[in-house]
Design a protein around this ligand. Structure first.
Ligand SMILES: Cc1ncc(COP(=O)(O)O)c(C=O)c1O
Length: 385
C-alpha cells in the first residue's frame, strides 16, 4: 500500500539536514546554555547563533526573538502578555473570527479577566476587510491579532495593510505566522509587525519548538516565571537541540522558498482544477489565489457532513488528509468554515489537502485518481441507509 502524506499543515516530517544539525546537541554538546563552564558556553553560542539566524529570516534583530515551546505558547504569550502589560492603557483587543484556537481560547480567557474582545468577520473567501478593522478600533484598543495565513483554508490576510493601520493608530499588531513562515515571503519590518508567532514543525523542523518575535520597545509581560531566560520574558532552560534544528529548518526554507513555492502552486492548482472539473458537486473553501502554495480545502455539496468518513476511507488506502485543523479534528463544526458562511453541516469538515517538501507529482496524481472512485463507493454505501 502507498503511504501518501497530504497533511503537512498539521505537521511535517523532519528534513534529514535538520536532524544532522541537531544531533551533537543531544549528547556531545549537551550543556545548559545558562551554565558558565565551557560546555554551557558552547550551548549558549549555539543558542545565540540560532537566534541570529531566525532573526535574519524574519528581518528582525536577534534580541527580538524569544524562544518558546510551540506556536501555541507564543500565541498565549503574545495575547496574554501584551494584554496584561498594557491594561492601564486599555482593555480592548481585536482578533479575526478565523484565528487558531490558541488565540481564540486565550482571548476567551482574557474576556473572563475583564478584557473586551472584538471578533472581526471575514468575507466568503476568508479575507478580513481593512476598512472594517479601522472602524472596529476604539480609544482603548491595545492589540490587534490577525493571522498571516489560515491553517484550515490557507487564505493569506493582508498583514502589510493591517500593520500600517495599527502603526498609524498606535496599537500593537501581533500575527500568527505558523502557516506562512518559510512558505511565502514574510518581513516583520516591512509589514510593521510588533509581534509574530512562528514554529518549527510546520517547516520540517522538530515538534515542540516555537518563537515569538517581539519588536524592541513593545510592552509585554512574562507569562512563565523562573530563572529569567529569554530576556526574562520566558523562563525555562531552552531546548537547545530543538532550537538549533528550528534555525536550520528556517534557513533551508528561506533559501529554497521561491522554487518550492512555484512547484507547490502548480501541484495545488492541479488538485483544485482537476477536482472542480471532474467532480461537479465540489467547491473550494477560501480564496482561489490568495492562499498559501500548499493548501487545498474542498467541500462536496452532495456529501455534507461526511468529511470524517471520507478521511477514514482515504486513510485506509494509505492517503493522509485532514478535515480541518489537526487540533480541532475531534470537534463538531469548524469555526473557520462557519465564518466564511458555510452552514453547520458543511462546517463539520471539508477535505484539507496540504502538500509539502516531500510531496511528489506522482503522489498528487495517485490521490486524484483514487478520490472520485472512493467518493462513488461511499455514495453508494450511504444511499442504502
Ligand atoms: C496557524 C497556527 N497557529 C498555531 C498553531 C499551534 O502551533 P503548535 O502546534 O506549535 O502549538 C498551529 C499548528 O497547528 C497553526 O497552524
Amino acid at each position: 500500500m502507498r503511504n501518501i502524506y497530504l497533511d503537512n499543515a498539521a505537521s511535517t516530517a523532519m528534513d534529514e539536514r535538520v536532524i544532522i544539525e541537531m544531533m551533537p546537541y543531544f549528547r556531545d554538546e549537551a550543556g545548559n546554555p545558562s551554565s558558565l563552564h565551557s560546555n554551557g558556553k558552547k550551548a549558549h553560542e549555539a543558542l545565540e547563533k540560532a537566534r541570529a539566524d531566525i532573526a535574519s529570516c524574519l528581518n528582525a534583530e536577534p534580541d527580538e526573538i524569544i524562544f518558546t515551546s510551540s506556536g501555541t505558547e507564543s500565541n498565549n504569550l503574545a495575547t496574554k502578555g501584551c494584554a496584561f502589560a498594557n491594561r492601564k492603557k486599555g482593555k480592548h483587543i481585536i482578533i479575526s473570527q478565523i484565528e487558531h484556537e490558541c488565540v481564540t481560547n486565550s482571548c476567551t480567557w482574557l474576556k473572563e479577566q475583564g478584557f473586551d474582545v472584538t471578533y472581526l468577520p471575514v468575507d466568503s473567501e476568508g479575507l478580513i476587510n481593512t476598512g472594517q478593522l479601522n472602524d472596529s478600533i476604539k480609544p482603548d484598543t491595545i492589540l490587534v491579532s490577525i493571522m498571516h495565513a489560515n491553517n484550515e483554508i490557507g487564505v493569506i490576510e493582508p498583514v502589510e495593510a493591517i500593520g500600517k493601520i495599527c502603526r498609524e493608530r498606535d496599537i500593537y499588531f501581533h500575527t500568527d505566522a505558523c502557516q506562512s513562515f518559510g512558505k511565502i515571503p514574510f518581513d516583520v519590518k516591512k509589514s510593521n509587525i510588533d509581534m509574530a508567532t512562528i514554529n518549527a514543525h510546520k517547516i520540517y523542523g522538530p515538534k515542540g519548538v516555537g518563537a515569538l518575535y517581539v519588536r524592541r520597545g513593545v510592552n509585554i509581560s512574562a507569562w512563565q516565571h523562573g530563572g529569567g531566560q529569554e530576556s526574562g520574558i520566558r523562563s525555562g532552560t531552552e531546548n537547545v537541540p530543538g532550537i538549533v534544528g528550528f534555525a536550520k529548518a528556517a534557513k533551508l526554507s528561506i533559501a529554497e522558498m521561491f522554487p518550492e513555492m512555484n512547484r507547490l502552486i502548480s501541484l495545488r492548482d492541479k488538485i483544485i482544477d482537476t477536482i472542480l472539473e471532474q467532480m461537479p458537486t465540489a467547491y473550494l473553501n477560501g480564496h482561489r489565489n490568495i492562499r498559501i502554495p500548499n493548501n487545498v480545502n474542498i467541500g462536496f455539496r452532495d456529501f455534507e457532513g461526511q468529511a470524517p468518513n471520507l478521511l477514514t476511507t482515504l486513510d485506509a488506502m494509505g492517503i493522509a488528509v485532514s478535515t480541518g485543523s489537526a487540533c480541532s479534528s475531534k470537534k463538531k463544526s469548524s469555526h473557520v468554515l462557519l465564518a466564511i458562511g458555510r452552514n453547520p453541516v458543511q462546517a463539520i469538515g471539508a477535505l484539507r489537502i496540504s502538500m509539502g517538501r516531500f510531496t511528489t507529482e506522482s503522489d498528487v496524481d495517485y490521490f486524484l485518481s483514487v478520490l472520485p472512485e472512493v467518493m462513488k463507493n461511499m455514495r453508494s454505501i450511504f444511499s442504502r441507509f
